[in-house]
Design a protein around this ligand. Sequence first.
Ligand code: FAD
Length: 238
Amino acid sequence: MPDAPLAGTPEIPGAWTTGTLVDVRRDGRLAYLRLALETPFTHAAGQHCVVRLRAEDGYTAQRSYSIASAPGDDHLELCVEVMPDGEVSGHLHDEARVGDTVEVRGPIGRWFTWGGRTPSIAVVGGTGVVPVVSMLRHARTLGTGERLRVVAVTRTLAELPYADELLAHGAFVATTRENRGDRVAATPYPDEVAPLAAGVERAYVCGSPGFASYGVRLLGEVGVRKDIIRVEQFGPTG
Ligand SMILES: Cc1cc2nc3c(=O)[nH]c(=O)nc-3n(C[C@H](O)[C@H](O)[C@H](O)COP(=O)(O)OP(=O)(O)OC[C@H]3O[C@@H](n4cnc5c(N)ncnc54)[C@H](O)[C@@H]3O)c2cc1C
């Protein structure tokens, strides 16, 4: 059965609300943040939000972050990778503490969403896994995990956000800088991806702009039609 249209998620994101950090966990270049929203919003798996930081002198900086929490979670979960000299990621990774507040607006993006039923494949790199983690969590709630096949590409397993959760789901993880078991470090080979792409009705690609081009190419090589591929690029935002 295909996914129903997005019920409950507004066309236009709501007003800014205040998010209070209730949990911060740092792991290398990653920070996992959980926020309690003053005015909670309902999101669909795959959507993102905008986080705005405000300095005492009124200066603001805002960036987009995908939502990792499942629809219906009481808290909003984000995973932020710190960028060299990154203004917002640097603050969220290095300085944010439990009890701090930020401004949040969302949910955003009705295209890169998965309702939990359409047989799909996701090809993701780096923090591009974040929206797919929300999809996996949604699938667990619905009991439809077998309908979302995941190919995650990372330099090393230690650098992959949510590695344990992805592996528990049965994701195919390709490490490009370390051997894993019998598999020599490499990007995924088409014959590794082809069985996962068989019969899918939709495909998701998420990561840096370079990764997005690569992911679309890879899916094309294994016979996935371009018109069923949905892409989210994590380029720099202003
Ligand atoms: C829809 C969407 C969803 C996103 N979701 C996530 C997410 O879940 N987790 C996450 O960590 N990031 C995500 N991003 C990226 C995020 O919005 C910021 O671009 C990133 O955190 C860097 O912001 P900054 O203020 O720290 O860096 P800036 O101060 O803006 O830039 C610092 C330096 O890093 C470079 N840079 C900035 N952004 C990127 C980038 N994305 N990739 C490579 N180099 C960059 C700049 O060119 C500059 O050299 C998402 C982006 C989009 C558009």
